[in-house]
Design a protein around this ligand. Structure first.
Ligand SMILES: [Zn+2]
Length: 126
């Protein structure tokens, strides 16, 4: 009486765990880089006076960019963690909003999807 799963959950779990580790590494790299750049900047502050404004402006833009990248990585990490939690709970592949199964096609593109296509689309228009 083995209950056959319609989804190859193990395969998705593997992808999700890999993705979680990748995102964590990437986030740490960005944070380290931001911290390292701060030190570098204050060390060189005296030498860069002949280029007024230039470096500071680049710095600000780059910092804003890595903060944006960091924020979107963190967002994605949360989605991945939510999907892994759904695997634990046995609700993986089920839409959080309507309870209908998420299509395999969608899961193969977005293994961390916790909403079906319709609910996700409704969410973005809100
Ligand atoms: Zn749904």
């Amino acid at each position: 009486m083995a209950r056959k799963r319609s989804l190859d959950v193990e395969k998705y779990e593997e992808i999700l765990v890999e993705e979680r580790d990748r995102l964590r590494t990437e986030l740490k790299r960005i944070e380290d880089k931001a911290a390292g750049r701060d030190r570098l900047h204050s060390d060189q502050a005296g030498q860069d006076f002949d280029e007024p404004g230039g470096d500071a402006a680049t710095e600000t833009v780059e910092r804003a960019q890595s903060m944006a990248v960091g924020a979107s990585l963190r967002e994605q990490l949360e989605e991945v963690l939510a999907a892994l939690e759904k695997i634990e709970n046995g609700t993986y592949g089920i839409c959080d909003a309507c309870g209908k199964p998420i299509t395999k096609k969608r899961l193969s593109v977005l293994p961390w999807a916790t909403l079906c296509k319709e609910c996700r689309a409704n969410l973005s228009t809100m």
